[in-house]
Design a protein around this ligand. Structure first.
Ligand code: SF4
Length: 376
């Protein structure tokens, strides 16, 4: 391949680069945060989270000083919460081991929690200009098309093969611009479906385009459908309070708060499942009442359908057998506790129903007052 594609690509990028908040800075910390947030997440979703994060935690040191609850509350809604936990853990390590400054080489970066090959290469290239290709989804797609790669790029071997072919294109000292140019080309022109080839800066060198197979690249493994789970959750009440538990670190949604409950086993009824789960998790006997709602969500490896019920305590004092801690919380205060998508949706249902009840009772008491005046 001649020197044409890098030059054409960089020329295109200088005119067409996307205006993204993490591009207004060369601060390695901001670039690291953006790269972690962008994993498995769309740019439009990330922008407000990134801006809020940088306002709250403008430096590595400020992140290291934050509590885990503050970190997770700010991350809430972005998903893949382990990313936030790892950012937090890595910030403490950077303060202790690197004097608060991110190391500048991929070799050192990869030693930090949550930084894998891709993120290390992206930070080294974008923040420090190190000669590396950061193979994110956009780069994989563009490069697999430019080289008409007929192998699966999602394997380690596929990744090595595409890097071997593409690395000679990387212009020395321009890795920051070059990676971002490929990212933008992938996001705006070389799209997954219906790439805009007539507008593409590297069309003249694109082998998949020349063969008319661009929409068949990259080669993808057929993924099996996600398995489904049926789960129950309890709104266990004590006056105006509801019981929530904090999930242990290291588990899915570790560190987040949830309503107690769990997975249905065999053919048990939803109510029997919930009674069993409350016994196992909290060591209590509980009655299961009205259904609050059904909530669905897809995680990376499975889907859940969560049936939430109102419950009441019959016997026992709840103990944190499965949680790091449990707490009785005023329904209106549930917003202070970081939660995953499903539990947040249940919390909203509870808050809305509490608001509706208090509106109803205030309008009843107004009616009663009016009635009294007329009678007087
Ligand atoms: Fe992608 Fe088409 Fe450009 Fe090839 S010519 S890189 S397929 S947009």
């Amino acid at each position: 391949m001649d020197k044409g594609p890098p030059e054409a690509l960089l020329r295109w990028y200088r005119k067409n680069s996307r205006n993204l908040p993490w591009r207004q800075t060369r601060d390695p910390y901001a670039i690291w945060v953006s790269e972690v947030m962008l994993q498995q997440t769309r740019v439009e979703t990330v922008i407000p989270y990134f801006q809020r994060w940088m306002l709250h935690f403008p430096t590595v040191a400020s992140l290291a000083r934050a509590t885990r609850t503050e970190v997770l509350r700010l991350w809430e809604g972005l998903g893949y919460y382990r990313r936030a936990v790892n950012l937090h853990r890595a910030s403490a390590k950077i303060v202790v081991d690197y004097g608060g400054e991110l190391p500048d080489s991929a070799r050192e970066l990869i030693k930090l929690p949550g930084i894998g090959r891709y993120t290390a290469a992206a930070i080294a290239a974008i923040a420090f200009g190190g000669d590396a290709l950061a193979l994110d989804g956009n780069l994989r797609r563009v490069l697999s098309r430019m080289f008409d790669a007929r192998f699966d790029l999602s394997t380690a071997e596929g990744e090595r093969r595409i890097l071997r072919r593409a690395s000679p294109l990387l212009p020395h000292g321009k890795a920051s611009e070059f990676n971002q140019a490929l990212m933008d080309l992938g996001a705006t022109i070389c799209k997954s479906r219906r790439p805009l080839c007539p507008r593409c800066a590297v069309q003249a060198w694109c082998q998949a385009f020349a063969r008319g197979v661009q929409e068949k690249r990259p080669i993808r493994r057929a993924l099996p459908p996600l398995p489904g789970r049926v789960v129950t959750a309890a709104s266990l009440r004590r006056g105006g309070q509801v019981l929530i538990g904090r999930r242990p670190e290291g588990k899915l949604l570790g560190g987040l708060w949830e309503f107690p409950g769990g997975k249905r086993e065999g053919r048990e009824s939803l109510e029997a499942c919930l009674r069993r789960e409350l016994k196992e998790e909290l060591d209590i006997e509980a009655g299961v009442g009205r259904k609050l709602g059904v909530y669905e969500h897809a995680y990376s490896h499975f889907r859940v359908r969560v049936h939430a019920f109102e419950c009441h305590l019959i016997e026992g004092k709840p103990k944190a057998l499965d949680h790091t801690e449990i707490r009785w919380v005023q329904v209106k205060r549930l917003g202070r506790f970081p939660m995953g998508k499903v539990d947040r949706a249940i919390a909203r249902t509870l808050q809305e129903s509490e608001k509706a009840m208090s509106k109803l009772s205030s309008s009843r008491s107004k009616r009663r007052t009016r009635g009294t005046k007329i009678a007087a």
